[in-house]
Design a protein around this ligand. Sequence first.
Ligand SMILES: NC(=O)C1=CN([C@@H]2O[C@H](COP(=O)(O)OP(=O)(O)OC[C@H]3O[C@@H](n4cnc5c(N)ncnc54)[C@H](OP(=O)(O)O)[C@@H]3O)[C@@H](O)[C@H]2O)C=CC1
Ligand SMILES: CC(=O)N[C@@H](CCC(=O)OP(=O)(O)O)C(=O)O
Length: 343
Amino acid sequence: MIKVGIVGGTGYTGAELLRLLAGHREVAVTTLTSRKEAGLRADHLFPSLRGHCDAVFSAPDEAALAACDAVFFATPHGTAMQMAPALVEAGVKVIDLSADFRLKDAAEFKRWYQLDHTAPALLEEAVYGLPEVNRHAISNARVIGNPGCYPTAVQLGFLPLLEAGLIDASQLIADCKSGVSGAGREARVTSLFCEAGDNFRAYSVPGHRHLPEIQQGLRVAADGPVSLTFVPHLTPMIRGIHATLYARLTQPGVDLQALFESRYRGEPFVDVLPAGDHPETRSVRGGNQCRIAVHLAPDGQTVVVLSVIDNLVKGASGQAIQCFNLMFGLPETAGLDAPGMTP
Ligand SMILES: NC(=O)C1=CN([C@@H]2O[C@H](COP(=O)(O)OP(=O)(O)OC[C@H]3O[C@@H](n4cnc5c(N)ncnc54)[C@H](OP(=O)(O)O)[C@@H]3O)[C@@H](O)[C@H]2O)C=CC1
Ligand SMILES: CC(=O)N[C@@H](CCC(=O)OP(=O)(O)O)C(=O)O
C-alpha cells in the first residue's frame, strides 16, 4: 500500500480526497491533519465516510508526514510552500491543491497572493498538474502544483483552439460560474445560505487571482501572448463550475467538433459532447470528468465553448489523485472511476 498523508483534512477538498481515496485500492491514508479537530475521527465530522475510513485527525507533525510516500496539501495558500521542502528532501512526493506551486514567476505569486515565496527552488522544479497537457512531466515530478478550479475548466475549453492557432488570442473571454463550495468550508459571510441562496452575482471583476494562472497556461498553448477577460460569478449551487468561453475564429470553415474530438480522443476525463449539445454541471457532480461542448455562434465567427467540471473533483481533489496515479505509475483512473451523479 502507498502511505498517504493529507494536510487539511477538515476542509472540503480534504474531505473529498478522503471520499475518493476510500475507493482507491492502492492507498492507505496514514496521516490526516487538522489543528482544530485533532483527536476526532474523520467519519465523526463527515458521517458519509462511516464504514469507509478509520482515519483520526492529528495536529500537523513533520515526522509523521515525512514517513508517508505522498502528501496532499488541502490547505490555504502559504502552508505548502513552508512544509514541502523538508518533505521532498525526505523523499516524499508532494501534491499541493493550493496555489503555492502554480505560478512559475515568484514575483507574480507575490503580486496576486501578497506573500513572498519561501521555496523558490521547489517552485521552479514543480510541475503544473494538468494531465491533459503535462502528463509525462507529472509522471516524473516530485512536486505538483495542482490547478485551480476555474483554471481547469477554462484551459481545457480553450486548449484545442489555441494549440491549433485558430482563434485571436488577444480577445479571449471566460464567463464563469461557481458553486459555493469553491470558497471552502471556512465560515464567511458571502457563503451564508441567506447571502448566496436565491442570488447570483459576479465578483473580482478588476482581477481574480486565477487570471495569471489561466493566462500562464494559455500562453503555452498559444505559443505566444494571450489576453483574457475573466469574470467569475457565484451561483446558488453547492458544487460545479460552468465556464462559457468566447473567441473569434481567424479562419473560416473549421470543423470545430472534429478538432475537439481529436484533441481529447483517449483522454479518460475529458468528454466532448455531440455537436449541438449543452453540458450540465449536474452531470459531473462527484465525478472527475470535464464535459465540453463547442458551438459556432450565428455570426459564423465567434466560437462558444461550454466547459463544466465539479470544482471539488476535476477542479481539485480528483485531479490531484489523477496526478498521484501518474506519479506512482498506477492506472490514471484508479479511484476515479465513478461517473457524475444524476440528479
Ligand atoms: N474548494 C474548492 O473548490 C477548491 C479549493 N482549492 C484550494 O485548495 C485548498 C483547500 O481548499 P478548501 O478545502 O476549499 O479549504 P477549506 O477552508 O475548506 O479547508 C482548509 C483546510 O486547511 C486546514 N488549514 C488551514 N490553515 C492551515 C495551516 N496554516 N496549516 C495546516 N492546516 C491548515 C484547515 O484545518 P484546520 O484549521 O483544522 O487545521 C482545513 O482542513 C485551498 O488552497 C483552495 O484555494 C483549489 C481548487 C478548488
Ligand atoms: C466560489 C469561490 O469563492 N471560489 C474561489 C476559488 C477557490 C480556489 O479554487 O482557490 P485557489 O485555486 O486559489 O486555490 C474564489 O473565487 O476565490
